[in-house]
Design a protein around this ligand. Structure first.
Ligand code: M6R
Length: 626
């Protein structure tokens, strides 16, 4: 939620900031703004801020800025997902302190902003926006004025009074050659240019990859002063010096473009065969003979005893990652015979859950920054449980907070609707359940080896499934009329039904519900009429015949059925109005294929409705507020 970019060095800052905002726009797109520092003309003269803000997208900001003098080599910028106040220009960042000395961009929520605001108002501070961010910059300004303009100290004192989450970048008019940044529970990365003569700031590493791969991830409650020609001055909220650890990020710049596709979402859907290969590389090892197949997961060795001895496994996640968690539950229960709970992280964190010290808590997150999942991890740690992260973004907060874990390695996912991260998460859960099942002796070696052979075949089967795209595009024309729909599945395909419904809701704004198919007759069947599309996941697996009975119940009520079926299926074709075929596979691997048509269907319906697929209304990619 909200994207922050900053630059200080010897290049023109504005183009870097704008391109950075474009790359971070997936984090929020209610408004955007930029602040460029203008040094004083003569030596010793105070500089000034050139600030441009606009409602809506970065493209609008860019057009507005074309009429301004945006030259300068230091600046900060922001793209907003509104929390406090409307998405109007007054609430857009950067916010400037009343004295005009400081400008700030902020991601997160200052929970006690109201009380601080009232205190500052009593001291004569006047506010121009409804945001918590303006309160923060005024508070920093208050300390700044009282401590002889020591910005780092003022930031530290102000943040010590704040509860909540923040990633901030602050610049000062009187000293335009540096940026002070800080974070707590919201991500912030500092990129180091060649010979430390320039620095890049951003909410994640994507805006800086073009310029540098050397980055520093700030930890919670750390403050950094970045100044070209000097090493990063890193301290904690207590004022103690902290060690700067430089990481090398391994992201190919081509991964950040649409690569000829009209939308990131479509590109990411089509990348899935390659993503799964990347995800399985070095982990799924095929032997010359099937009996030599194996899964290699270093995370399993790292925490071998705790994983093997865990009585309970709790999976915490949100949204699409939670759906992957539901599949993980079935996999681990089936292959490892361990009790698994799957929890919405947002509920878990406030429910006083029972967590034992010998439990394993698996946190699943694409971004690795979801605030509720992070809070659930904190709770697990307090209880002494082992935290196992399944994360996509390398170096993200959840990855760093986990005791051990597995990266899904599907590359940057920029479309707000999660696609390739879901299949990557499921693939990792399959590998984990297989490896753990063998280790525990709950999985027969033959089944283990056979499943590995099948898993390795999934990328090619995905490729085949994606060939249905043109057919689905045509089919989508029929389904754009709908205002409601049901997605039904059973077993491993039940979470896929939930995921298909979520995809449709979030990008096409059509109301959709996912249900276990047998639950339909306990209520939802009342909704069925000739206008209601019902999507059945009816692949050839366990409960197939029962799904067919559920379909007949819908047919008897004139429901319009679209079914995802296994290649060559004739039975369902007699019942369903439309069918989409996927190649045969094992039941536990079915979600890796059956979700693809649902992703494509949602995509094409949204495109036909003329909607912004990659940036659907009201959403943001990374949910760093609770
Ligand atoms: O980054 P995370 O996986 O932790 O994000 C969780 C959800 O916010 C995310 O899956 C969301 O539901 C997506 N928009 C779904 O497409």
């Amino acid at each position: 939620m909200c994207g922050i970019v900053g630059y200080v060095g010897n290049r023109q800052a504005f183009p870097i900031l704008i391109e950075g905002l474009e790359k971070l726009e997936y984090r929020g797109y209610d408004s955007a703004g930029v602040c460029i520092l203008k040094p004083g003309i003569a030596y010793g003269q105070t500089g000034s801020f050139e600030i441009v803000k606009s409602e809506g997208r970065v493209s609008r900001l860019k057009a507005l800025a074309a009429e301004k003098d945006t030259s300068g080599t230091c600046g900060i910028a922001h793209t907003r997902w509104a929390t406090h106040g409307d998405p109007c220009t007054a609430n857009a960042h950067p916010h400037v302190s009343m004295s005009g000395s400081l400008a700030i961009v902020h991601n997160g929520i200052i929970e006690n902003y109201q009380i601080i605001k009232e205190q500052l108002q009593k001291r004569g501070y006047v506010f121009m926006s409804e945001t918590d961010t303006e309160v923060l910059v005024q508070l920093i300004d208050y300390y700044y004025k009282s401590n002889g303009h020591e910005l780092v100290d003022a930031v530290r004192r102000a943040l010590s009074r704040c509860f909540g989450a923040y990633a901030i970048a602050v610049v000062e008019r009187e000293n335009p050659g540096h940026i002070v940044v800080a974070r707590k529970a919201s991500p912030l990365v500092v990129g180091i240019g060649a010979d430390t003569d320039e620095f890049f700031i951003a909410s994640d590493a994507t805006p800086m990859i073009e310029y540098t791969h050397s980055v520093v991830y700030l930890d919670d409650e750390q403050i950094a002063d970045v100044r070209p020609g000097k090493d990063i001055f890193l301290t904690n909220l207590g004022g103690d010096k902290a060690t700067v650890t430089v990481h090398e990020v391994d992201v190919d710049i081509s991964m950040l473009s649409k690569g000829g596709y009209p939308h990131f979402m479509l590109k990411e859907i089509f990348e899935q065969p390659d993503c799964l290969r990347d995800c399985m590389r070095g982990r799924v090892i095929l032997g010359d003979k099937e009996e030599d197949n194996r899964i290699v997961l270093s995370a399993l060795n790292q925490c071998h005893d705790r994983l093997v001895n865990a009585k309970n496994i709790i999976i915490v996640a949100c949204g699409t990652s939670w759906h992957a968690g539901l599949i993980g539950k079935q996999l681990i229960e089936q292959l490892c015979r361990r009790r698994v709970e799957v929890e919405y992280a947002s509920e878990f964190r406030y429910r006083n859950p029972v967590i034992e010290a010998d439990d394993v808590v698996i946190a699943i997150s694409q971004s690795g920054e979801t605030a509720d999942t992070l809070a659930a991890i904190e709770l697990a740690k307090q209880a002494g449980a082992l935290v196992f992260g399944i994360v996509n973004v390398v170096g993200s907060s959840i990855a760093r907070e986990s005791d051990t874990g597995i990266y899904i390695h599907v590359g940057p996912e920029l479309g707000v609707a999660s696609t390739k991260a879901f299949t990557g998460q499921v693939a990792v859960l399959v590998m984990l359940a297989l490896a753990l099942g063998l280790e525990l002796g709950t999985l027969d070696k033959k089944e283990y080896c056979r499943t590995i052979t099948e898993l390795a075949a999934i990328p090619d089967k995905m490729k085949k499934t994606l060939q249905t795209n043109d057919y689905i595009k045509d089919l989508a024309k029929i389904y754009t009329y709908a205002s409601n729909s049901l997605y039904l599945g059973r077993g491993y395909n039940y979470p896929v039904a939930l995921e298909g419904a979520l995809k449709l809701k979030e990008i096409s704004y059509i109301h959709a519900e996912g249900y276990p198919a047998a639950e339909m007759k306990h209520g939802p069947i009342a909704l069925v009429d000739a206008n209601m599309p019902i999507v059945f996941l009816a692949t050839h697996h366990q409960l197939y015949q029962k799904i067919i009975s559920n379909m007949r119940e819908v047919l008897a009520r004139n429901g319009r059925i679209l079914a995802i079926v296994t290649e060559g299926d004739d039975e369902v074709k007699k019942i369903a109005r439309d069918t989409i075929e996927v190649p045969p596979t094992l039941a536990m691997l079915a979600p890796l294929l059956s979700v693809l048509p649902l992703q494509m269907l949602a995509y094409h319906i949204a495109v036909l409705k003329g909607l912004d697929v990659d940036m659907p209304r009201n959403l943001a990619k990374s949910v760093t507020v609770e």
